[in-house]
Design a protein around this ligand. Sequence first.
Ligand code: CA
Length: 227
Amino acid sequence: MRLLLVEDERDAAQMLAKGLREHSYAVDLAEDGPAAVRKVHENTYDLILLDVMLPGKDGFAVCQDLRRLGQTTPVLMLTARDAVEFRISGLDAGADDYLCKPFDFQELLARIRALLRRGPALQNPVLRIADLSIDTHGHTARRGERLIDLTAKEYALLEYLGRHAGRVIGRAEISAHVWDEDYDPFSNLIEVYVQRLRRKLEGAGEAPLIRTRRGEGYVLAEGNDVL
Ligand code: CA
């Protein structure tokens, strides 16, 4: 899942982005409202973390702009101002949730998961495809009882394919949701990661789950269960 973090305090933004990346989210950063609006136009985000105190236009105005432009991406507002009128302003501006600084990182992760569940993603936190189970809370995957040792990025790719199991997913869609803006579209990184995932998923002699559709992309599905 790919997030946009809008925060002008660079150190705080970098630290938060690092923590989120360690939890397998792809994170892009924007330092102010105009940069945020531009990035939302250029990229596909699953969630926007929006600081209220921004230079120039504040987070409420940025959120209103995004909603006026028809953006429906969930917005979680972050602010140091813990007052009921600010919460109301945030929700009225079109935010989906509101978290006060300083916040507990685990609570932020839980709220992100909750907002992502409201989207087209499945409600059940455990995705099952044949004997593969993907625990979207614990960020772990198993085939049968076998726990699969995955890096954060491998997990992110597997979860994305798992959320769309049975559907062919193109490289552009994968890079849009699993990688951040530093992804080089001319690299073969996605192929490399798919190969690694296959080795880990199927390395113990299990039935193949990830198939390549030449010229189209990849599909995670049981047997010939392809839409
Ligand atoms: Ca700020």
